[in-house]
Write a protein that binds this ligand. Structure first.
Ligand code: GSH
Length: 284
């Protein structure tokens, strides 16, 4: 790659032009191999990885279980996206977009397939009547911030994170553009959290669960090693909120499920029952 690059008339795919993700990236969709997914005994089968998008859902399951809702028991299987597990036929049957997280609700034989982390959060909150307020104003606020996250995080992940942390060469233009946008987003959150305990108001909701694994992790220095670069100490309200959330046992448990990197004692590759956490160090 050179900084004098001029785009050709027609873009063509060449092997290896995805940097760290070169071995899996293709400009096409669909399954690449026959591969059945494992299934456990619970109603919910989650196929995921402990990235921020995956952790949103495992936090939700753990919060439901924390409330004593036994029907929210789930089996979580690891999908190794670096190895291309998301392109196996079983996974693609659940999510044609080949991205974690993907959920199968066995629902007494009816088999409901749910993909997109935001959709999974809404699905579970409606199913169990939790973490999505019934009051129409509070509900609208929750949806506003949930969809804000779904629209904004790709600038943080696919934009800032990709060019700052993953790109094989560092270029000023995209890093400037996406660092600016990330800081703008952090300021949006900081202003919202100046007057609200939680993102959507006084109640802890699926909006917090969606936003925390991205922006909470960023201000706590756990994402892209970028805390200093982005001067995250400026976002005091976001830090206050993140500090509050990391006291929640369900957040600490959700964060380690399907985690396959970092400290070994904070990785739970597969989760099938609460006993699986016994050997895990639950701290942030
Ligand atoms: N909008 C999707 C994004 C999911 C997503 O980007 N997942 C990434 C990991 S965080 C993935 O599976 N990437 C695999 C690939 O792109 O092949 C959601 O929130 O569920």
């Amino acid at each position: 790659m050179s900084d004098k690059y001029t785009p050709p008339k027609v873009w063509t795919f060449s092997e290896g032009n995805g940097g760290e993700f070169a071995n899996i990236n293709r400009p096409t969709a669909g399954s690449r191999e026959e591969k059945k997914l494992p299934q456990g005994e619970h109603q919910f089968q989650l196929y995921s990885l402990g990235t921020p998008n995956g952790v949103k859902v495992t936090i939700m399951f753990e919060e439901l279980l924390e409330l004593g809702i036994k029907g929210a028991e789930y089996d979580a299987y690891l999908i190794n996206i670096g190895e291309g597990d998301q392109f196996g036929s079983g996974f693609v049957d659940i999510n044609p977009n080949s991205k974690i997280p993907a959920l199968l609700d066995k629902n007494h034989g009816e088999e409901i397939r749910v993909f997109e982390s935001g959709s999974i959060l809404v699905y579970l909150s409606e199913k169990f009547g939790k973490f999505l307020p019934k009051d129409p104003i509070k509900r609208a606020q929750t949806f506003n911030w949930l969809f804000w996250q779904m629209g904004s995080a790709p600038y943080l992940g696919g934009g800032f994170g990709h060019f700052y942390a993953y790109a094989p060469e560092k270029f000023e233009y995209p890093i400037d553009r996406f660092a600016m946008e990330t800081k703008r987003q952090l300021d949006v959150l900081d202003k919202q959290l100046a007057n609200n305990k939680y993102i959507a108001g006084d109640e802890y909701t699926i909006a917090d669960m969606a936003i925390f694994p991205w922006y909470g992790a960023l201000v706590k220095g756990k994402l892209y090693d970028a805390a200093e670069f982005l001067s995250v100490h400026e976002y005091k309200n976001v830090i206050r909120w993140a500090d509050e959330l990391i006291k929640r046992p369900a957040v600490l448990r959700g964060r380690v499920v399907n985690r396959a990197w970092g400290d070994e004692d904070q990785q739970l590759h597969e989760r099938h029952s609460s006993a699986d956490f016994e050997k895990i160090k639950l701290e942030y």
